[in-house]
Design a protein around this ligand. Structure first.
Ligand code: URA
Length: 285
């Protein structure tokens, strides 16, 4: 980072790099707001006295300056509530194909996360694949590219898939939440309930032979358990679709967790060996 001394101005790229390193990676409105100009204007305008009849209003300093425009909201943010979740359930059930579902989700404005995300992250890989993996929610890289698991945890996921002889042409990858929560915060229970019908319909339409949930939130949602992921992982559970199809689910650790806890990679390795054996048992190539 360049040092700022005397009249020297910081290089804008350095300033942006500083913001990114400090965790500021989202602009919530398109046009910058000059808060200094706003407060200068407020200070310049003294509290208005009532004008007596016949008395001329004294000119106020700054009164001829146009009032600053009110800040523009980034988008209309829906309040996450049961009505939005009901609307999502109704809409998702109407999708007859993955393409239709993607369009329905793109048109849906009932999830506030859409207002701050740059893109909708629907899926990557092969929708015809026997194996479907479901993560939690897109991060910054996924939001920028519009694809799931393309950042560091995605690179690790690719290595894990390669270790059992698979890649993105032989697996289908999605998330519980298709819009990045601002600053990668944990999605609220309401946001998750709103997005649940979409991912459930996505699974029902993709019809995988085997599901792998990556991390605690997607395991809890898709197998309906309150247990922590370290207890849930490693043994077969089931996901039942709306039409009653039972899909075997292997809950495993999230690649981002494995990056932070490399000693637990051996647990994920065991889980994926189970997945490989199950796929073979079910006649998958
Ligand atoms: N983590 C997730 O759960 N999903 C992604 O797509 C990326 C990171």
């Amino acid at each position: 980072m360049a040092s700022i001394s005397g009249n020297e101005r910081p290089d804008l790229r350095d300033l942006l790099a500083f913001y990114a390193a400090a965790g500021v990676d989202d602009a919530l409105v398109d046009d910058p707001i000059d808060r200094f100009a706003e407060s200068a204007q407020r200070q310049a305008a003294p509290a208005q006295q009532p004008v007596q009849a016949g008395e001329r209003e004294a000119p106020r300093l700054g009164a001829d300056r146009p009032a600053p425009p009110p800040p523009r909201p980034a988008a209309i943010a829906a309040v996450p509530d049961e009505a939005q979740a009901a609307a999502a359930r109704e809409l998702a059930s109407k999708a007859a194909s993955l393409d239709e579902l993607k369009q329905i989700m793109a048109d849906f404005d009932g999830c506030n996360l859409k207002a701050t995300a740059k893109s909708m992250v629907f899926a990557d890989g092969n929708p015809e694949a026997d194996l479907m993996l479901v993560g939690e929610a897109p991060g910054r890289d996924e939001d920028l590219e519009g694809l799931p698991f393309v950042g560091r945890s995605g690179q690790l996921l690719d290595l894990i898939l390669a270790a059992i002889g698979l890649d993105r042409k032989s697996a289908y990858i999605a998330n519980v939440i298709p819009w990045r929560p601002p600053g990668n915060r944990t999605p609220t229970p309401h946001e998750t309930e709103i997005c649940r019908p979409f991912v459930e319909r996505q699974i029902a339409l993709a019809k995988p032979k085997v599901l792998v949930t990556l991390g605690g939130p997607s395991a809890k949602l898709l197998v309906g358990s309150q247990e922590g992921i370290l207890r849930l992982r490693g043994s077969w559970k089931s996901h039942v679709t709306a039409d009653g199809t039972v899909i075997p689910v292997m809950p495993t650790l999230h690649p981002a967790y494995l990056l932070r806890n490399p000693a637990h990679k051996k647990l994920a390795w065991r889980d994926f060996l189970e997945v490989k054996a199950k796929l073979r048992e079910l006649g998958s190539h």
